[in-house]
Design a protein around this ligand. Structure first.
Ligand SMILES: [Zn+2]
Ligand SMILES: [Zn+2]
Length: 83
């Protein structure tokens, strides 16, 4: 994956181009995540694996096609929480 800090991305939540900050540890009910946050709308997107507590990076991928490789996308989906 590209280095996901201070990246200018098309945000799928606010529909603007915005800088995303990396937050390398944030807790959910099931564990911890690495997330990126839109500095405009403050939406959080988990980037290590899928989590119901945060938006999925899959939403961002739709607007930022080269963010992850196919393999990274498969890995991301396979590690989601049981819920
Ligand atoms: Zn946003
Ligand atoms: Zn989680």
């Amino acid at each position: 994956m590209k280095k996901l800090d201070n990246l200018l991305l098309n945000c799928s939540s606010c529909n603007l181009k915005a800088i995303f900050d990396l937050i390398d540890s944030i807790e959910c009910d099931w564990g911890e995540h690495v997330v990126i946050q839109c500095t405009n709308c403050e939406e959080l997107f988990s980037i290590d694996h899928k989590c119901p507590a945060f938006s999925s990076i899959m939403e961002l991928i739709k607007f930022n096609k080269d963010l992850m490789t196919k393999q990274e996308i498969l890995d991301y989906g396979s590690l989601s929480h049981p819920c």
